[in-house]
Design a protein around this ligand. Structure first.
Ligand code: HDD
Length: 685
């Protein structure tokens, strides 16, 4: 509702205006066939007699059924499950010195965007919270054409050459003979691939880390991964890496929690994004760039074009240059989120490629896949894919062509149409590729500078806090514990001894392998920016379950007000749906019953005081489980007065107790602080 109002109040972006031309509402309209013929009846097929067969001439039935029969299109080969939203991007300061990209020049200008977040391995109907990399794909509808930044929530990748992408994907997807397991890498073929392709070591460390278990799409980083080029209007280039930094900070779930969430709410992440936007909690991410002048290409002890390497932020600082805000949900999931087609090759003047062999291969794959997914070469005409910049060329025909190009001429050069459409010189905005000098023999080989597979994997491990290390070890143990082949398990453990001996022996302890050989840590480097512990903390839009029942203490109302003021979303959870009354008669609407709720759906729990309310809750074992599980997932817990009777460990870190009612404003403040903290890892569970 809030969102609907703000949609109407604010100015539409150029993309929204364009989409509006294709938006058709059925509200209050008479029903027609696809030919516009009014339909008089829509429940019965046309039959020869009420008990007779359906007639061939029933065009309405045939049309309705034919359309239905063809409603599905192939899902994306990877990143099949995703969720998107509209928004806008604004640069903080002109980047003219580095790039002529039109949308990065003017802080006054806003550029419409569409963002699609995704998991990688699972199919369209799989759960949101599985352990996986998350896609973070942004389409900027700039005035100089569409620019797609098709990234992930991790800054490196499993492989160095696109030639191996089909192999990687075949290995991680469900095994082909029985299509098991869904949306998981915890199986033999994935780990067989890893142990035979050691370039994956660094990315596997990220995948086994908490980065794979984001609390929300709104609370994860994004990365362009590859090294791209910024080119300015003097033709000077800088190597550039792109970062998205969430304003709410980076936060993760715990493993036990995501597994439960996959059953309790498989739509957890998409629901979170949808609800946040509907309630005006617009997700925000700052855009950061790391820049390296061309002349410094070879001054690092890693190859800056290797996609299994990041540029440590402590060596090449991230410069924050703008902000992305997501402020509108889709009107139709299929038309927008499913049909959007991203491509790393959709670049605009001022942004160019490098010779990263993974990027080079991607430049082929993305258009190619849309041909079968979206049914032909005209997918750029689907409303969500249309640039807001005008499109004029001599391309014609093809499946589902929508544009009507009048006139006799569809070739270049021509004399009949004054040689139009005419190419645009570079000085006037035409895209001209960066004139990098390239020289070499044709060869199927990898550069020697790509051969260090372990240093940065070690750096990642060295940069983790003890808690994060513990999570990584148990992730490896979980995944490898599901691998049937003992040989594969052993190979993986031996491989990761090259990252860190302690890591490998800790993994080994849990999975029946022998303590590893290998050379030990490949690097002593560390990069504090890689740890999720050093992130922004905010209570905004965190969800708190308020356990209460009839007879709750009236102090609750004031606490709820304070929570709301700090942007926290409190939901009343009780034994039954309906309305509950406080000790002095105030009333609260119950949003969820204990039956259809669970602590994994919340960031924190607050138990209200009041003798009668607490007795009702104590009589229901689900409420005790609720609090216990939140405790085991390290979540902040608050309890008011008698509410503390539901706590097992009232004096643990992150457990805030209000012994007396007059303390409630202070209690609320402490609770809000605890909620911002996210998790209390020092708690013994
Ligand atoms: Fe990819 C989809 C990200 C390597 C081939 N990829 C896809 C999406 C994201 C990424 C976010 C989903 C886009 C959407 O929401 O529609 N991919 C990456 C990143 C990579 C990467 C960050 C490494 C740095 N991808 C990669 C390689 C290839 C592909 C090396 C093949 C050579 N990716 C595809 C694809 C997909 C795709 C098969 C499936 C659906 C689509 O493109 O539109 O073409």
């Amino acid at each position: 509702m809030k969102e609907q109002q703000s949609r109407n109040n604010r100015q539409q972006t150029s993309k929204e205006k364009q989409l509006e031309q294709f938006t058709v509402s059925n509200d209050g309209k008479p029903m027609t066939t696809n030919q516009g013929v009014p339909v008089s009846e829509d429940e019965h097929s046309l039959k020869a007699g009420v008990r007779g067969p359906t007639l061939m001439e029933d065009f309405h039935f045939r049309e309705k059924m034919t359309h239905f029969d063809h409603e599905r299109i192939p899902e994306r080969i990877v990143h099949a499950r995703g969720f998107g939203a509209h928004g806008y991007f604004q640069v903080y300061e002109s980047m003219k010195a580095y790039t002529k990209a039109q949308f990065l020049q003017d802080p006054e200008q806003t550029t419409p965007v569409f963002v699609r977040f995704s998991t990688v391995a699972g199919s369209r109907g799989s759960a949101d919270t599985v352990r996986d990399v998350r896609g973070f794909a942004v389409k900027f509808y700039t005035e100089a054409g569409n620019y797609d930044l098709v990234g992930n929530n991790m800054p490196v990748f499993f492989i160095q050459d696109a030639m191996k992408f089909p192999d990687l994907v075949h290995a991680v997807k469900p095994e082909p003979h029985n299509e098991i397991p869904q949306a998981q890498s915890a199986h033999d073929t994935f780990w067989d691939f890893v142990s035979n392709n050691t370039e994956s070591a660094h990315m596997v460390m990220w995948k086994m880390s908490d980065r794979s278990l984001p609390r929300s799409f709104r609370m994860m980083e994004g990365f362009g991964v590859h090294t791209f080029r910024f080119v300015n209007d003097e033709g000077r280039a800088h190597f550039v890496k792109f970062h998205w930094k969430p304003v709410l900070g980076m936060h993760a779930h715990v493993w036990d929690e995501v597994q439960k969430l996959a059953g309790k709410d498989p739509d957890y992440h998409r629901r979170d994004l949808w609800d946040a936007i509907e309630s005006g909690n617009y997700p925000e991410y700052e855009l950061g760039v790391q820049l390296i002048p061309e002349e410094d290409e070879f001054t690092f002890d890693f190859d800056i074009l290797d996609p299994t390497k990041l540029w440590p932020e402590e060596i090449v600082p991230v410069r924050i240059i703008g902000k992305l805000t997501l402020n509108r949900n889709t009107d139709n999931f299929f038309a927008e989120t499913e049909q959007i087609a991203f491509h790393p090759g959709h670049v605009v003047p001022g942004i160019d490629f490098t010779n990263d062999p993974l990027l080079q291969g991607r430049l082929f794959s993305y258009t190619d896949t849309q041909l079968s997914r979206l049914g032909g070469p005209n997918f750029h005409e689907i409303p969500i894919n249309r640039p807001v910049a005008p499109v004029h060329n001599n391309q014609r025909d093809g499946m589902h062509r929508m544009t009507i190009n009048p006139g006799q001429v569809s070739y270049h050069k021509n004399g009949l149409a004054g040689n139009s459409p005419s190419p645009v010189p570079e000085e006037e905005g035409g895209y001209a590729h960066y004139t990098e000098k390239v020289d070499g023999r044709k060869i199927r080989e990898r550069s020697d500078s790509f051969k260090d597979h372990y240093s940065q994997a070690s750096m990642f491990w060295n940069s983790m806090s003890e808690v994060e290390k513990e999570h990584i070890v148990s992730a490896f143990q979980f995944e490898l514990g599901k691998v049937k082949s003992k040989d594969i398990r052993q190979r993986v453990v031996d491989m990761f001894a090259n990252v860190d001996k302690e890591l490998a022996s800790r993994i080994s302890e849990g999975i029946g392998t022998v303590s590893p050989g290998g050379q030990g840590a490949a690097s002593a480097l560390s990069s504090p920016a890689l740890s999720m512990m050093n992130t922004v903390k905010s209570p905004r839009s965190r969800k708190v379950a308020v356990l209460a029942d009839n007879g709750f203490s009236e102090a609750l109302t004031g606490v709820l007000e304070q929570l709301e003021q700090s942007g926290i979303i409190a939901e009343i959870v009780s034994t039954k749906l309906g309305v509950i009354s406080g000790e002095a008669g105030s009333q609260l609407e119950v949003q969820r019953s204990l039956l259809n709720s669970d602590s994994v759906l919340f960031d924190a729990v607050l138990v209200a005081g009041g003798r009668q309310s607490v007795d009702e809750l104590l009589a229901n074992p689900k409420s005790l489980d609720f609090v216990k599980e939140a405790f085991q997932h390290y979540k902040p817990i608050g309890a008011m007065a008698e509410g503390a009777e539901l706590l097992l460990e009232p004096s643990s870190p992150g457990v805030v107790v209000a012994p007396a009612e007059q303390d409630s404003p202070l209690f609320a403040e402490e609770l809000i602080e605890a909620i911002a903290e996210h998790r209390y890892w020092s708690r013994v569970v």
